[in-house]
Design a protein around this ligand. Sequence first.
Ligand code: CS2
Length: 515
Amino acid sequence: MCARLTSIDDAGSSVQRPGYEPEEHGIGIVHIGVGAFHRAHQAVFTDDALAQHGGDWRIAGVSLRSKEIATELNAQNGLYTLIEKGHVNGKADTTARIIAAIDHVIAAESEATLSMLCDPGVRVVTLTVTEAGYGIDRESRLPDKNNPTVMADLFDPANAVGVLGLLVESLYRRRESGIEPYTILSCDNLPANGEFLRDGVVGFSRIAYNDELADWIKGAVAFPNSMVDRITPASTIETYKDAKRLTGCEDKAAVETEPFIQWIIEDTFHSGRPNWEAGGALFVDDVTQYERMKLTMLNGSHSMLAYSGYLTGNSFVRDVMQDTHLSLLVHRHLQASAELLQPLPGMDYSDYVNALADRFANPSIAHQTFQIASDGTEKLPQRIFQPAIEALNANSDIRPFAFATAMWMRFCLQRQDDGTRYELNDPRADEIALALKNNDQDGLLLSKAIHRLPEFVPVELSTNSLWEESVADVLGFALSDGCAAAVTREAEMYCRMPKHIANDQTEPVTALGGG
Ligand code: CS2
């Protein structure tokens, strides 16, 4: 028994340990945003790369918002337990593994972060800061002038604390000192995440510094696009209890996740990279199609099920998948999104639909619908609006996307049907609350009020009467008859659709008793 995990020898013998000596490897990566997802994803790929190929590729973490994870991980010498919770033949299959890829974490300290970013050994900077964390305006792709951190950093870049400021000031210092730039790899669920971040960084350097620096960054710094995937709920007390049971050690940085893991990356690293292939990463010339598939199918249906699930009293994704009507709507959403995709060599979208449904249903993973429901204004554009526009253009069914949008709007009212209140976690929560004031009884008025939010719903949708009617129809019914009735009606409508019945005669119709 050990009081606290601090060395790789502390964990019990049934636990997988790193296949390398951590102190024999230097730091080559700075990772910004050391949340559960990073610890279950990029750090694991790096652990595999270190074990199989060695090299100086350990990670210095940077936590921009909270000091907590830095305190806990530093107290454990960067070590933590990765708990994988799978399910084989109806039985839980849980494994524990100690990850040693993180060397230490810096918490919200400008100069310490900048000097780490300027270390010549650092050749790659990875980021998981969430969609809302970049401080880049989606429309113009320039630094967001409504973001107080961005504004403060633009005025005083030498003491930067935000993503854009830290990257640009450190690139500036590296250039002045003749140190090669690092490659910047965004790992957030945004379309063309690398290009998006590049535009923000170049825009920031043009405003805060000069054209010369901006043009140099544009030419010399690589920003590969990447697609990341692993369902990772936020850690809870249960995660820490599981870690203790499995390893014998107290571990306040443990994470739990599913067995599935995927990383698809454009291979444009100018100054080397770890052999992430060791953990199964796929390097390709262009991630666009993979990214669209994942954003619209996995993330799009996740958002839909999060709003409609939470509003109908389903706390976890696995509960949603046990509900006949909701799980039908998940399948409808997955299929509707898949139909809009270009063929991808080696990828069978119907297999992907089934694999996603299985992953969502994993009974060992307690993934809260409320967690996924956060930051809707940052998530809906790429997950729901983009495929909705494509469906309109292709004369395909827009209803699944209108339903998801309407349920998000209903969620914005911050109350369940029984009157239970909850907080809206969204960077535009104040604007939304203002728009909905006095507009919360009528589906059409409510929908119109949200459609009027500046730079949000694309004009192709907001000016389309079919879209407007569909959204208002779902919303109006959810308001008058309740969210559960809206879900039931929607699932029954889906079952009656001729195309659907032709494609899949038996299952859903039987599931609803012929409904
Ligand atoms: C989820 C994602 O919270 C969310 O919005 O849709 O975090 C999702 O679990 C991951 O992208 C899976 O790779």
